[in-house]
Design a protein around this ligand. Structure first.
Ligand SMILES: CC(C)(COP(=O)(O)OP(=O)(O)OC[C@H]1O[C@@H](n2cnc3c(N)ncnc32)[C@H](O)[C@@H]1OP(=O)(O)O)[C@@H](O)C(=O)NCCC(=O)NCCS
Length: 267
């Protein structure tokens, strides 16, 4: 969710548990990535709370460094750098390349992807990154466009005006049936699913969010986007203090949560 719109809301973190049974089962596996299987999405929860914003030995490219330098607040800059260092390290571990050799290119609406030459004849990797506060999530797939969104749980986020502006009429009705205490989480689930779809399509918020109906449930749903492109979306369970969703053009079979190396091994 774009930060400017949300920054004025009070943030509150609490543990969330998916209440519905048909969420995406996320198998836990360690270590080393291996190539994602067909219709499989690897999920990496990234540690971006480190305060390190020293760019001296940083693997970021000129565009990323320029972007990092534009952040007004040091904390945002640190989080951006940490997320992009992890992005490069993880993509590098799949491709067996050092982080600084990862070359990125950008779609019409700014969606980053691996520059084509890097894939070396293998099926290219697709990825998508999302961050919210200290949390970031990276999704990686081998054979399809994907989108991911993570949102820190916030109390009081589901303001009527915000809901009206970004939710479809059907979603507003669905949220109106929830008990008051569940509305914030329901709204953020709905938003995360919506943004994951918009990011899988690559259009981001250039497509009016209220034109999509993804609903506040955690289970899988197929959405037909512009140009009759089919996208499957579902919530990701088990992320303490956050809600998250992943979407794939043409659908996906399963998600696999990958673990970062232990702190001592993070070169
Ligand atoms: C994509 C978008 C919905 C992300 O919103 P956000 O609330 O900042 O959310 P997230 O943290 O979940 O995602 C940000 C990440 O998504 C990726 N991203 C950027 N644009 C994207 C797009 N169009 N589609 C998919 N992913 C995109 C980037 O990796 C970005 O991370 P970075 O800023 O560290 O590089 C929003 O930025 C958007 O609508 N962008 C399009 C803007 C545009 O049209 N720009 C013109 C061309 S540059």
């Amino acid at each position: 969710m774009p930060t400017p719109r949300l920054s004025r809301y009070h943030c509150h973190r609490r543990r969330v548990r998916d209440e519905e049974p048909d969420h995406v089962p996320a198998a836990r596996e360690r270590p080393l990535p291996g190539w994602p299987g067909s219709r499989e999405i690897h999920l990496w929860q990234l540690a971006i709370d480190s305060a390190n914003d020293d760019m001296a030995c940083c693997p970021l490219d000129a565009g990323e460094i320029a972007r990092a330098e534009r952040f007004a607040f040091r904390r945002d800059r640190s989080r951006y750098i940490a997320a992009h260092v992890w992005l490069r390290r993880i993509l590098g571990s799949y491709l067996e390349l050092p982080a600084e050799r990862i070359a990125l290119s950008y779609g019409t609406h700014g969606k980053p992807r691996l520059a084509a030459a890097i894939s070396d004849g293998r099926s290219p990797l697709w990825f998508n990154l999302s961050h919210s506060g200290d949390h970031a999530l990276l999704a990686v797939a081998s054979d399809r466009e994907i989108g991911v969104d993570i949102e820190v749980l916030r109390v009081g986020i589901a303001e009527p005006q915000l809901m009206k502006s970004v939710l479809s009429a059907a979603e507003q009705q669905a949220l109106a049936t929830l008990p008051r205490r569940d509305v914030d989480a329901g709204f953020l689930r709905c938003w995360a699913r919506k943004e994951a779809v918009l990011k899988a399509l690559g259009c981001g918020l250039n497509l009016e969010p209220s034109e999509l109906t993804v609903g506040p449930r955690v289970g899988r749903v197929w959405i037909v986007g512009p140009g009759a492109v089919s996208v499957e979306v579902a919530c990701i369970d088990g992320l303490a203090g956050c809600v998250a969703a992943v979407a794939a053009v043409g659908g996906f079979a399963r998600t696999v949560c990958r673990d970062l190396p232990p702190a001592g091994e993070r070169a």
